[in-house]
Write a protein that binds this ligand. Structure first.
Ligand code: PLP
Length: 390
């Protein structure tokens, strides 16, 4: 039986779907840089959007907490794995997003999958309306339940409304979407989706993974930036701009209380260690008063876009801090990535199908506020050279 796997792996390789992981050890003292096979390299695709994973106060908070509380939580949330820091963090997240309750999960993926699958399974006949560009964790959470669903074209309000209008006012409905889409860097029409949800009596679940820390006056995300409070559930992560690890969902007290008691991926797994929670709490202090960080991020994004434009590099001029550079062709994007690494010591992950449609392969470039303009110019010059020689 195991004999089928070498063939399956070969098939992945033939179809250009085989994934290679580049081992790189990020350097806290040298932002945006890492070591790879003994070489010093620059990393231009990290989700550490604000550079907080290496902030001395965040690192210190994690070290101090580990010294005091150890490196593991020793149990699930149910079995002595709920530290006082977990409780404090959940209260703080609920208040930050203006919701009744928050639950912290071991990752953003788990937060989405567990909350959606548990919530949807609990509501008989619920119909789910899911944006076509939703992240895999949202898709899998919905699929797990076998519920009736409509996948509407990305950000297409007309098609969403058409689908919503198929059901009576009292029919349970849930709209699932993101605020900032990471592969295209575009944002969703949050207000208009909330208007539709109100008109058709639907619940809403928004994934703010890429907006937490980067949008809103205190970094709570796009909903905060827009002053939009109507969302039923707001999800976020610590693994991107907050610079630590974990994910969460905020929303109505009774629903999350139910999820807390039923979601297998919340109950039957060891909780994140207290040191991680304490680092996250410290990082949230910096995020919440981090207006200068967010301004610095967007200033560097503007500089990057100007440099790309000047170099004639094809990119998507999206509204967020994410800058997709188009390098169509699965082989080509891999070659350019390899050339950048071998000739310039620069790493960007090639992004292929199924993460993006075939023919739209790309790099997803990120710059933190800690990058200098000189570094950005150097990166763009190397990118231009590598693209030209492919
Ligand atoms: C939109 C979206 N949601 C959820 C996740 C999962 O978050 P995590 O990496 O914390 O599991 C990601 C991760 O890339 C994402 O892009």
């Amino acid at each position: 039986m195991l004999g089928i796997f070498p063939k399956k792996v070969e098939e992945l390789k033939r179809n250009g779907l085989y994934r290679s992981f580049l081992p790189c050890s990020h350097l806290a003292a040298d932002h945006g840089c890492a070591t790879h096979e003994g070489e010093h390299i620059q990393v231009w695709c990290s989700n550490d959007y604000l550079g907080l994973s290496l902030h001395p106060e965040v690192v210190r908070a994690q070290i101090d907490s580990a010294v005091e509380h150890g490196t593991g939580s020793g149990g699930s949330r149910n079995i002595a794995g709920t530290s006082e820091a977990h409780v404090e963090l959940e209260a703080r997240l609920a208040a930050w997003h203006g919701k009744e309750r928050a639950l912290v999960f071991s990752s953003g993926y788990v937060a989405n999958f567990e909350t959606l699958s548990t919530l949807i399974s609990a509501v008989p006949d619920i119909v789910v309306f899911s944006d076509a560009s939703n992240h895999r964790s949202l898709i899998e959470g919905i699929l797990r339940t076998g519920c009736r669903k409509h996948v509407f074209p990305h950000n297409d309000l007309e098609e969403l409304e058409k689908a919503l209008s198929l059901y009576g006012e009292d029919h349970p409905k849930l709209i699932v979407f993101e605020s900032v889409y990471s592969m295209g860097g575009d944002v969703s029409p949050v207000r208009e989706i909330c208007d539709l949800a109100e008109r058709y009596n639907a619940l809403t679940f928004i994934d703010e993974t890429h907006a937490v820390g980067t949008r809103g006056p205190t970094g709570a995300g796009l909903c905060e930036e827009l002053g939009e409070h109507r969302l039923t559930f707001v999800q976020g992560v610590f693994s991107k701009a907050v610079g630590t690890v974990g994910g969460y969902v905020t929303g109505p007290d009774s629903v999350l209380d139910y999820v807390r008691s039923h979601a297998p991926g919340f109950i039957f797994t060891t909780s994140l260690p207290q040191s991680s929670m304490d680092a996250t709490l410290k990082s949230l202090d910096l995020v919440q008063r981090g207006d200068a960080l967010r301004r610095g991020l967007m200033e560097n994004v503007r500089h990057l876009k100007g440099a790309l434009r000047g170099a004639g590099v094809d990119f998507i001029d999206a509204e967020s801090h994410l800058v997709p550079v188009l390098v169509p062709g699965a082989e080509r994007v891999r070659h350019v990535s390899r050339r950048l690494l071998e000739e310039h010591g620069i790493y960007v992950t090639p992004i292929n199908f199924p993460s993006v449609p075939r023919g739209t392969e790309r790099f997803r470039i990120t710059v933190s506020p800690l990058r200098t303009h000189e570094q950005i110019d150097g990166f763009v010059a190397a990118l231009r050279k590598s693209l030209a020689s492919e």
